[in-house]
Ligand binder design. Sequence first.
Ligand code: NDP
Length: 493
Amino acid sequence: MVQTGPITENALVIVFGASGDLAKKSTFPALYTLWEEGLLPEKTRIIGYARSKLSKEKLDEQLFWKIRDDAEQGHRKEDSEKMKEFQALVKYVQGSYDKDDAFQELEREIGTIEKEVFSGQQSNRISYLALPPSSFAQVSAMIKKHNYTPNQINRLVIEKPFGKDTEDCKRMMQSIAKDWEEEEVYRIDHYLGEEMIREIYHLRFANSFVEPLLSNKHVEAVSVVMKETFGAEGRGGYFDEFGMMRDVGQNHLLQAIAIMMMDAPTSLTDDSLRSNKVNLLQAIPPVNPTNLVLGQYAAAESGPKEDGTGKAYVEDETVPDGSKTATFAQWAMQVDNERWKGVPVLVKCGKALDKGLMEMTFHLRPPPNNIFNVPAHSNSLVIRMNPEPAVFFKANMLKAACRGTETTEEEIKWTVPGRKVAGDKLAYEANIFKGDQSSFVREDEVIAAWEIFTPLLNHIEAPDGPTPTLYAYGSPGPEEQYELEEKFGLLST
Ligand code: NDP
């Protein structure tokens, strides 16, 4: 039996890959902010571990780059005293990822902290792998061998991508499962920490009027749209290997769909929620390549800008020459269960588009006895994450009494003012300490998600696979998207 539950004291967070981009942009800022808010367990200490020799200045940059950047942009205040205090909690240890003696040395450093700070008690350990996935198996095995405390809590945190397809994912999961129990593994999908995603549970299960609408009885189609205004600038190396479907479709968007379309959980326990998501994902057959549109952005019609945006995807220095990677993808899915059978789920996502948008729309059927003759899709429930978090119903209302019975489309809207940035990430990372896995992805969930996409990805990546249609940077994307929307009877967004 592994130790579970909340970590309330003597917490040791070891950030492997402390010299890298994720540590700098996400892991250290999250730890600092949690600490600043008083949300870390008592006597928490942090070790940054990597192969690079980090000077004091470089470590300082890794720890506070994001804090300073946020402060520069007016999102927070820079408090140099607090930053100094935080820095005192962090120790950097240089070492390799494949040598026993490096992990033994790490254990000696941990022992010193336990003696000096935790009164000789063993620590509860969170090992955060801010490393390329290729090193997860080796590093997680080394930690288990040399840095595991059987009588205390041990957690392993990893970030997506969890493999590149079903088989690759299974290999990764199996290599970790050799040493770690599922209760100890926290697979991060930051989308699950987004405020509006968390809000969906309340929308659906803390109210009695939404849930009865959510089935094929009332819903005609579901559409999910994620549009980004920026391209892959400077991240082309990573993005080109993964593409749009792997980057957001197989994980973030599918998670949003699962949370909105799964059956009601019996309780808020981790496994009740996650089992229902798995059931939903397992009811989605692999995506049929005939219902697919791929695009890649070309240069903006007005040409590239001085800041480097507006260039064609293939012109980016970090993108391999002649790349066929899609920066826009649209596909249709079905959920083959009693509740959703016959309702198409149309998803589109893309980079370098005309506007930033993330929303999920449940298009409702017209009233059964349509006495006002309202048009199709004039009723819908929209859950919007970007640009402003909101939930709204599009409803047909009386236009004006003097115009007889004519209807007009109105929005009955609930917005989430000012809460967009405040709590989301904080609450997410804090859950690792609390031992709440509900917003982390379970092993069978990741595998079920890959099974939906792997045949399609194999089709796309075959030597004779489809070539994405070019669209201009800053445009709404390829024209074919509207044909697919028409095929499924949807209006375009
Ligand atoms: P990096 O490429 O910056 O690697 C992180 C650190 O790992 C490096 O500083 C380096 O440290 C070490 N490293 C690099 N290559 C290897 C290798 N081949 N084998 C072992 N160690 C290596 O990655 P990121 O920080 O960008 O990302 C880490 C993980 O997080 C990846 O899985 C990534 O996909 C994921 N991710 C990243 C995001 C981001 O914004 N960067 C966003 C979401 C997920 P040293 O040599 O000093 O040991």
